[in-house]
Design a protein around this ligand. Structure first.
Ligand SMILES: Cc1ncc(COP(=O)(O)O)c(C=O)c1O
Length: 428
């Protein structure tokens, strides 16, 4: 599969980024020159290493939103010129997203609030009696929405994931859906989604891929991979304007209960309502998040225009540096399901002996101006499995890890600052 790209040196906001290896220009992110206070009152450049939670806004995304704002108006039902223009921009955003994920021409593209909203939308549209098969490694957004599910233990290697899915799907009668995350939000590891799609289809099942952590880092082609549904969030894709998307086969979505009931979803209302059959209006009742959709599409355009090869190359350089730097520190352990050599996106979770994850994250922020995430990353069963710990909720920071994640705008200085800060901390 091909890929996404990142910067090695961060231009200040408003300046031109260096050309990518493809010869095309890599866009800048807003906030690249952000300064934050550290202990003693000094200001330092912010090292944002928390992209897996929410990525900063790309400049072309901000520009697209700014360009759309003066003509901003209602969509779909207004006769005025501004309304028609805004409607055209909204519908163009749908086409852009469709092309970005390589969807089939007849796939539905439904704008949602985020990935969680998208998985819940699909959950409400499953045919009666559908059984979902889901691994314990999933983010809660993909683990929890299903009424009837079979949960599979974290597989010891990728082939075991395929074997376990095969066995589970073979034992299920009636409609079935396999749900799997393309890239783990805990370890960054890539899952064998093509092989899992193949197995699902062999058993007459469908597959939903949670692509929240994949699409900011790698190219996804739904048609080539033969996926039935994909879901992702704009705010992890450099478009933090509150939109996400569900893309996939129309039939279940056309038959499912409208996600929201109200204007736009309905064709006519008398004693009862006659709902649209088309999934897009059926599930997008009320005034949609037009600017969010425009932002999401602008991010898709910007990444595509930049080209994935250079982005992936730079991301892999930085993440390799980060991982080997952390591995060189005594008492620091990276979390991994499938081992050091398994391919992954720009996400590394780790623990440091003698310190809770919260302590590490707080010191990184307050003393070094570094932003990371600590906790169980909304993947409690998986993190407990990786840490070998028993039950413990969000507040149990003895069973937590620190996560550093990178993307466009990440620099070698950010990575090196994190490594040295962790080294300093554990040798105090
Ligand atoms: C793999 C994965 N799936 C789903 C989600 C949920 O995304 P959102 O909070 O945008 O709904 C996340 C967020 O961290 C994630 O990493």
């Amino acid at each position: 599969m091909s890929t996404l790209t990142i910067f090695s040196s961060t231009p200040a906001a408003g300046t031109t980024a260096p050309p990518a290896a493809t010869g095309r220009t890599i866009p800048a992110v807003l906030g690249a020159d952000l300064e934050v206070p550290v202990k003693g009152g000094r200001l330092v450049g912010y090292a944002n290493l928390d992209y897996a939670a929410s990525a900063p806004c790309l400049e072309p995304v901000s520009a697209a939103v700014a360009a759309a704002l003066p003509a901003y108006s209602s969509v779909h039902r207004g006769a005025g010129y501004a309304s028609q223009l805004t409607t055209a921009r909204y519908e163009q955003a749908r086409h852009t997203v469709r092309a970005f994920v390589g969807a089939r021409p007849d796939d539905a593209v439904i704008f949602t609030r985020n990935t969680t909203d998208a998985t819940n939308l699909l959950a409400g549209c499953l045919p009666a009696g559908t059984t979902t098969v889901v691994f314990d490694t999933e983010h809660h957004a993909s683990l929890l929405p299903w009424q009837r599910s079979v949960r599979l233990a974290p597989p010891a290697f990728p082939g075991e994931a395929v074997r376990a899915a095969d066995e589970a799907l073979a034992g299920i009668d009636g409609p079935k859906l396999l749900v799997v995350t393309a890239a783990s939000n805990v370890t960054g590891e890539l899952w064998p989604i093509a092989a899992l799609a193949h197995i699902a289809h062999r058993h007459g099942a469908r597959i939903l891929v949670d692509a929240a952590q994949l699409v900011p880092h790698r190219r996804l082609n739904l048609t080539a991979l033969d996926l039935d549904y994909v879901a992702f969030s704009g705010h992890k894709l450099y478009a933090p304007f509150g939109a996400g998307v569900l893309v996939g086969r129309r039939d279940w979505l056309a038959d499912g209960e409208p996600y929201l009931k109200g204007g736009g979803a309905v064709r006519s209302v008398g004693e009862s309502a006659e709902w649209h059959d088309d999934p897009e209006p059926r599930h997008e009742a009320g005034t949609p998040n037009v600017l969010g959709a425009i932002a999401l599409a602008a991010a898709c355009d910007a990444l595509t225009a930049t080209g994935w090869t250079a982005l992936v190359r730079e991301e892999e350089r930085l993440i390799a540096r980060l991982r080997s730097g952390l591995a060189s520190i005594d008492g620091v352990r990276e979390l991994s399901l499938w081992g050091d050599d398994h391919p992954r996106v720009g996400i590394v979770s780790f623990t440091a002996d003698g310190y809770s994850a919260r302590e590490v994250a707080e010191v990184l922020s307050s003393e070094y101006g570094i932003g990371v995430r600590d906790g169980k990353f909304c993947a409690h069963p998986f993190v407990r499995h990786l840490l070998g710990t028993a039950d413990g909720g969000c507040e149990d920071d003895t069973a937590s890890a620190v996560r550093a994640s990178i993307g466009i705008g990440s620099t070698q200085e950010h990575v090196d600052r994190l490594i040295e800060a962790v080294r300093d901390l554990v040798t105090r």
